[in-house]
Design a protein around this ligand. Structure first.
Ligand SMILES: Cc1cc2nc3c(=O)[nH]c(=O)nc-3n(C[C@H](O)[C@H](O)[C@H](O)COP(=O)(O)O)c2cc1C
Length: 147
């Protein structure tokens, strides 16, 4: 299985979740690439694409948005896709919505086949840290489609 995680991270929390997901890939492993460095060539022959971002104002980061916009139409046909974000639990955050849902919408629009419900992993504040157990929860989420 050829799998790729495209992620962005300002303070390292989303990167830590991406690593926990990559760890589920077993021997073959799951490659990780920062959204700003991902190229369309990385998508060739892909079976699984996971995209993750911090939630900023209810949206993914500009680098993730740009990566998603640049995926050619139909390039994800037959590619299984999953989206995640990191987020806070403050009630106001709910008003803005979540990056993972927006990522999932674009991945589907580009032809991807959703393979898991978009997932959000909780940070204690803007810079983190991740709530206890979130890395493990991310690994369990990923085992559902990449284990
Ligand atoms: C400018 C800014 C806007 C943010 N907006 C939201 C938001 O709308 N909803 C939310 O849950 N968290 C919000 N956060 C918290 C981020 O989700 C948090 O900083 C992020 O999960 C950290 O991930 P990282 O360590 O990978 O950068 C915001 C943080 C910043 C700095």
């Amino acid at each position: 299985m050829k799998a790729l995680i495209v992620f962005d991270s300002v303070h390292g929390n989303t990167e830590a979740i991406a690593r926990a997901i990559a760890g589920v890939g077993g021997k073959a492993g799951i490659r990780m690439v920062r959204a700003g460095q991902a190229k369309n060539g990385d998508l060739v022959g892909l079976d699984l694409l996971v995209v993750g971002s911090p939630t900023l104002g209810g949206r993914p980061t500009p680098a993730v948005k740009t990566f998603l916009e640049r995926i050619p139409a139909g390039a994800l046909a037959k590619v299984r896709v999953a989206a995640f974000d990191t987020r806070m639990t403050m009630w106001v955050a709910k008003l803005f919505g979540w990056a993972a849902d927006r990522i999932e919408t674009v991945l589907e629009a580009k032809g991807g086949l959703p393979t898991a419900k978009p997932a959000g992993f909780i940070v204690g504040g803007r810079e983190g840290p991740l709530k206890e157990g979130e890395r493990e929860r991310a690994a369990a989420w990923a085992k559902g489609f990449a284990g």
